[in-house]
Design a binder for this molecule. Structure first.
Ligand SMILES: NC(=O)c1ccc[n+]([C@@H]2O[C@H](COP(=O)([O-])OP(=O)(O)OC[C@H]3O[C@@H](n4cnc5c(N)ncnc54)[C@H](OP(=O)(O)O)[C@@H]3O)[C@@H](O)[C@H]2O)c1
Length: 333
């Protein structure tokens, strides 16, 4: 069975997503929509000439479209997801699923009422390296996990119109970048924090340009996480356990990780042995989430066990609580 996809918003991530769709056997890109004049036509020429629409409404009214991918900025995710669901389309919505937990609850309710599939596209959760990492942690390969460290920082020069810095577009490091270290810690502990202490540097456009999160999980397990659009970092995740540690390069889209076994009791600080696990992906990494969406729909599921609605809701509640600490409110909330 082949699934026919439509894309709402023809920006940066939609281009990556479309090039991935074209490589998958069971997926077909049949339509794209952009409100920017000429952008949908230009997009179509690059990606196999699907139908180009100058309105999102026309795309969701197209009977040829089975699943809609929402590639617009955070602030529009709620509105565009509802547009898709209300026109009987299944929806894959980019992360973060919306601006807050309240809006996410409404999206989930509508998907439930309409018996349609809805998922937040946190691609990290579907990658083979991530799944293997969770498996071996569960097997106790580094004993009991105590601490997770992860930072997702990138340097983006200040531009109040760029979505990262623009409050109206849901800007800020937390919702765009911080969601990944938070996801990483949630996946490793398979739990949600009981307490959270955070700090944020709020810039001149009133969004968090840098933010840090110290989370405590059940049993005193902790995560030290941060995100920034003002600094460079190696994007290395480190998981510390009672028998060793795991390093995860590019933890938000890993293709490998290394397990280091240690024996610090003999005062030798070098790892005793190391094992590299490699899980390279193709299709730019997005193919795994797309495949999961199509598998679920084929099997009559309305949510994915790898990214259930409860996880999206819990992560949004967590990020809401951080923003409450900082006093950041988006105009569309
Ligand atoms: N999973 C990933 O790896 C990944 C990577 C990057 C981004 N993302 C997510 O994808 C989403 C889009 O990010 P992006 O970098 O692709 O964004 P973008 O290129 O800046 O914008 C995407 C689209 O949103 C609409 N848009 C942008 N600014 C707007 C404005 N001021 N007013 C009205 N519409 C506007 C435009 O739609 P039209 O084409 O209709 O004009 C634009 O093409 C974000 O939520 C982000 O978190 C995910």
């Amino acid at each position: 069975m082949k699934f026919r996809w439509g894309i709402i918003g023809c920006g940066f991530v939609s281009e990556l997503f479309a090039s991935c769709l074209l490589k998958l056997e069971n997926a077909e890109l049949v339509a794209v929509a952009s409100l920017t004049p000429g952008k949908a036509e230009h997009f179509c020429k690059k990606f196999g000439n699907p139908t180009a629409y100058d309105s999102y409404q026309k795309l969701v009214e197209d009977d040829k479209v089975d699943i809609v991918y929402i590639g617009t900025t955070h602030n529009f995710h709620y509105e565009h997801t509802l547009l898709g669901l209300n026109h009987d389309k299944h929806v894959l919505c980019e992360k973060p699923i919306s601006l807050n937990a309240g809006l996410t609850e409404k999206m989930v309710s509508r998907a439930r009422e309409k018996n349609l599939f809805l998922m937040e596209g946190v691609w990290t959760r579907f990658l083979p390296a991530t799944l293997k990492l969770q498996e071996i942690i569960g097997q106790g390969v580094i004993g009991e996990v105590h601490v997770v460290n992860a930072d997702f920082s990138i340097i983006r020069p200040f531009n109040p119109n760029h979505r990262l810095y623009n409050l109206e577009l849901g800007g800020g490091a937390l919702l765009d970048l911080g969601i990944y270290p938070l996801t990483f810690a949630q996946l490793v502990f398979d739990d949600y924090p009981q307490t959270a202490e955070t700090t944020a540097v709020i810039g001149e456009s009133c969004v968090d340009e840098m933010s840090s999160y110290l989370l405590e999980f059940t049993g005193g397990k902790t995560a030290l996480l941060s995100a920034s659009c003002r600094s460079a970092s190696p994007h290395l995740g480190i998981i510390t356990g009672s028998k060793g540690y795991i390093t995860v390069p590019d933890f938000y889209h890993p293709q490998e990780f290394t397990v280091h076994h240690t024996d610090y009791t003999d005062l030798n600080w070098e790892p005793k042995d190391q094992k590299l696990y490699k899980y390279p992906y193709d299709h730019l990494g997005y193919g795994h989430e797309v495949t999961e969406v199509m598998r679920c729909i084929r099997e009559g599921l309305v949510e994915s066990p790898l990214m259930p609605w409860s996880v999206s809701l819990a992560m949004m509640r967590l990020m809401d609580s951080f923003r409450n600490q900082w006093g950041i409110i988006y105009p569309d909330e």
